[in-house]
Design a protein around this ligand. Structure first.
Ligand code: SUG
Length: 459
């Protein structure tokens, strides 16, 4: 495994994957409707330390292979301010113990470590594709679920702290928090291109239209609306010629594909997808082919996985498509898949026969164990937010957020110092857990040089 920044010698643009550090309260609360793994594992004892170390090990492996790797800090959980907003009063410990007694379901939600899945943190447009030549950020409102709707405010603050230089970076408010503009961020957005530094094509996948009706899933919620995707593209000033909006197959959502990144992944000119990812497969692929050719001169390389090779059910249980597809200097690509793919015979076979031996640039498969996250429906691709940056933009980053050996060692030691290796739902109301979490976060902002990020640090 080894990485590249593109083929043109003068192009310094790279994709930087910003992974979310798993928080101290990582647990299995069964909070996410339509996410089969989350429902299936409700009540399981979690291991926050192992979860955080698995995430860091993935980051380190990609860093060692030469890919640019970033880190995003977790959010403050338990979210005491969220409980106060719901009428719990007194000091933090009282608020916590009262919630544990009176509203254990709400307590679960305000303890979720769901900010680890940074593919849902925001949608990003690289400077090459934005009208004003800056990198644009819109935090996802995540309004489909209460526990995730607690994230956008802090997400915005974290992104603004890291991408602070206004000359290079532009930040937007999250879309209005209402079902019409339901937005789950980059998990439903894929940029296709030739070189990273050349203009690209933006595929926005949505689950339903808010206005005008049309097909929609029957069983599970569609978490992204067309109207939300259009608004984000408009905020970022992306030209119409660079946009394709495609509806997810409602049957896929009803089979547990709650985000498009559970059923498709793209990188460069390659789109790896399951035949039931999109409602109109042919129309979507044709539109992508035409627009990519016009925008970049690059032929689209669709890699289609048919139902007969991998069923929707296997795609959802193994997260084959929730892989990271990464570019290498020799023009080949590496696919980073979760361990579950290796455990499923038909998926493992398809990986070799269709992908590795097929007519496409995927030349290597790397298996990573992120089981603690997978049990909540978060694979390798959920754990990272892709930000395409040129050299000047990378130099303009604030804080210590690009992984190197020293930062990795410090973060591993920090996890080992502060994280529990066992957490049951009954432990969430433990005032000690709150104290441990705040101590850990306070130390983390020091390690990452991010200043006072969290409400408890701001008074
Ligand atoms: O929003 N799970 C997350 C998983 C997000 C995965 N992200 C991407 N596909 N990009 C969700 O469904 C479960 C939390 C719990 O049940 O404890 C949860 O929120």
């Amino acid at each position: 495994m080894s990485a590249s920044s593109g083929t043109a010698a003068q192009d310094t643009t790279q994709e930087v994957n910003f992974d979310g550090l798993v928080g101290t309260t990582h647990n299995y609360a069964g909070l996410a409707q339509g996410n089969i793994a989350s429902s299936r594992h409700e009540g399981l004892i979690s291991n926050p330390r192992e979860a955080a170390l698995q995430g860091l090990a993935k980051m380190k492996a990609l860093h060692d292979a030469g890919y640019a790797q970033g880190v995003l800090p977790p959010q403050q959980r338990p979210d005491i301010e969220a409980l106060r907003r719901l009428g719990f009063v007194g000091n933090a410990e009282r608020v916590l113990t009262q919630a544990a007694h009176e509203a254990p379901q709400i307590l679960r939600a305000v303890c979720s470590a769901s900010s680890m899945w940074t593919a849902n943190a925001a949608t990003i447009t690289p400077s090459t594709d934005a009208a004003d030549g800056r990198v644009h950020f819109t935090p996802a409102n995540l309004q489909s679920s209460y526990h995730r709707s607690l994230e956008p405010e802090t997400t915005g603050r974290i992104l603004q702290a890291i991408f602070a230089n206004e000359h290079y970076f532009a930040h937007h408010q999250a879309l209005p928090t209402t079902p019409v503009f339901s937005d789950e961020g980059a998990a439903n957005h894929t940029r296709l291109c030739g070189r990273y530094g050349a203009p690209g094509m933006h595929l926005y996948a949505y689950g339903r239209r808010a206005f005008g009706g049309g097909p929609a899933p029957q069983r599970y919620p569609a978490r992204q609306t067309l109207e939300a995707s259009q608004a984000v593209a408009r905020q970022h000033g992306v030209d119409n010629g660079q946009l394709v909006f495609a509806q997810q197959h409602p049957e896929a959502i009803d089979a547990g594909v709650f985000h498009n990144d559970v059923i498709a992944v793209g990188n460069g000119p390659v789109l790896l997808y399951h035949e039931r990812a999109f409602l109109d497969e042919e129309g979507t692929i044709d539109a992508l082919r035409d627009k990519l050719a016009t925008v970049s001169g690059e032929p689209l390389i669709p890699v289609r996985v048919p139902e007969e090779a991998v069923s929707l059910e296997d795609a959802v249980s193994t997260y084959l498509f929730n892989s990271q597809l990464l570019s290498n200097p020799d023009g080949n690509m590496t696919l980073v898949v979760p361990g579950e793919c290796q455990e499923n015979e038909s998926v493992w076979h398809a990986l070799h026969s269709l992908l590795l031996d097929g007519p496409n640039p995927i030349g290597e498969v790397v298996v990573r164990d992120v089981k603690q996250s997978m049990r909540n429906g978060g694979g390798p691709a959920c754990l990272r937010l892709r930000v395409v940056l040129n050299e000047a933009e990378r130099d303009a980053l604030s804080g210590r957020v690009l992984l190197d050996d020293a930062l990795y060692e410090e973060l591993v030691a920090w996890v080992n110092r502060h994280y529990r290796d066992r957490l049951a739902l009954e432990d969430l109301g433990d005032p000690l857990l709150l104290r441990e979490s705040l101590t850990a976060l306070d130390e983390l902002t020091g390690i990452m040089r991010l200043g006072a990020l969290y409400p408890f640090q701001r008074g």
